[in-house]
Design a protein around this ligand. Structure first.
Ligand code: IMP
Ligand code: MG
Length: 182
């Protein structure tokens, strides 16, 4: 039998740890967005698992919407060139937009998306990311809320993929280098 587990060197964050962390982030967001007009924007597909957990730990009226972008290439590195495949359905003018990301790496993708949204005059725009790899940042971009700082290793699970796989692992793990070097 093929097991995803066999391709993982190490579990970085267990299901339990993730649950606690996401609840903490949700509680902070709930405090900060009291009385605001919250719109959660997730960039598909990686942020989906995080979004579905996070939104249930935000105890405020909120809407969700999705964007699909392609960053040209399905491999390990992002090129920073982004094309919008599916735009938001919701107008963001006057909304308090919170962009929900799985991982902030070079920041190039998100910096581009943030620019596009900013041009639409939201009341505010912030970023929540579950994982942050600050050592790899190329764009001047920071997360307003961040779950964990991760080392420069390729991680998968909880929405994060390698070549579209491993997204359904319930924990975050480090992929064996031989999986992506072969
Ligand atoms: P950035 O534009 O370099 O910040 O790219 C961010 C995107 O690259 C994320 O949304 C992920 O899809 C992908 N990515 C970056 N690092 C990893 C990783 O360690 N595992 C899985 N995907 C990653
Ligand atoms: Mg990806």
């Amino acid at each position: 039998m093929q097991r995803m587990q066999d391709d993982i060197v190490d579990v970085l964050y267990s299901e339990e740890e993730l649950k606690t962390k996401v609840a903490e982030l949700g509680a902070r967001i709930t405090r900060d967005y009291e009385g605001k007009n919250l719109l959660l924007v997730a960039v598909l597909k990686g942020a989906v698992v995080f979004l579905t957990d996070l939104m249930r730990s935000i105890d405020l009226p909120a809407e969700i919407d999705f964007m699909v972008v392609s960053s040209y290439g399905t491999g390990v590195k992002s090129s920073g060139v982004v094309k919008i495949i599916k735009d938001l359905d919701t107008p963001v003018e006057g909304r308090d937009v919170l962009v929900v990301e799985d991982i902030l790496d070079s920041g190039l993708t998100l910096s581009y998306i943030k620019g596009i949204l900013q041009d639409r005059h939201p009341a505010s725009i912030r970023i929540v990311t579950l994982l942050d790899k600050p050592s790899r940042r190329k764009a001047a971009l920071y997360a307003d809320y961040s779950g964990y700082e991760v080392p420069d290793e390729f991680v998968v699970g909880y929405g994060l993929d390698y070549n579209e796989r491993y997204r359904n692992l319930p924990y975050i793990g480090i992929l064996k280098p031989e999986v992506y070097s072969s």
